[in-house]
Write a protein that binds this ligand. Sequence first.
Ligand SMILES: [Zn+2]
Length: 164
Amino acid sequence: MLRFEDLALDFDLARCKSCGAMYLWEDRASLSGSGNNDETTLRPLGCEQTIVRELLRAADEPAAPARVIDAAFAQVEWSLLRALLQRMAIRDRPAIAAMLDALIDKLYSNPPRNDTDILTSYVGWSHERAQHVLERICSIERATTHAVDRVLAHCRQTLARARA
Ligand SMILES: [Zn+2]
């Protein structure tokens, strides 16, 4: 029996309820637009499932968040990693908070490896989180990138709205 994570309509992470093995479920019909609902695939995750498991546990064990993020960005395919982080940004904010500096760091790589949506979702419209992310970014003495600027803009907009 598989348990699905409900990440996206066209792909998902599935876990075997008895042994914990992970599979990537994909609906190719939605990608190709053919509308044929039979075109789904279930592909076992390889060695990257170790790091996916660590990422899913990150809320309980926020040890070495930078290592977990670095390994996840290096090993896990972006569509899956992005969906997992995006969901954590909304439903599991303490986990993202623990990994915040490591995620912000990814905004500075060129090309940026972090979709700004993850951090803007994390901030939401929270005055406190916007202030915190703004302070973390402002403490970094590096030239900002387009991705960093977009996160900063969202934080400033949130703070302006909170004051209004
Ligand atoms: Zn199994």
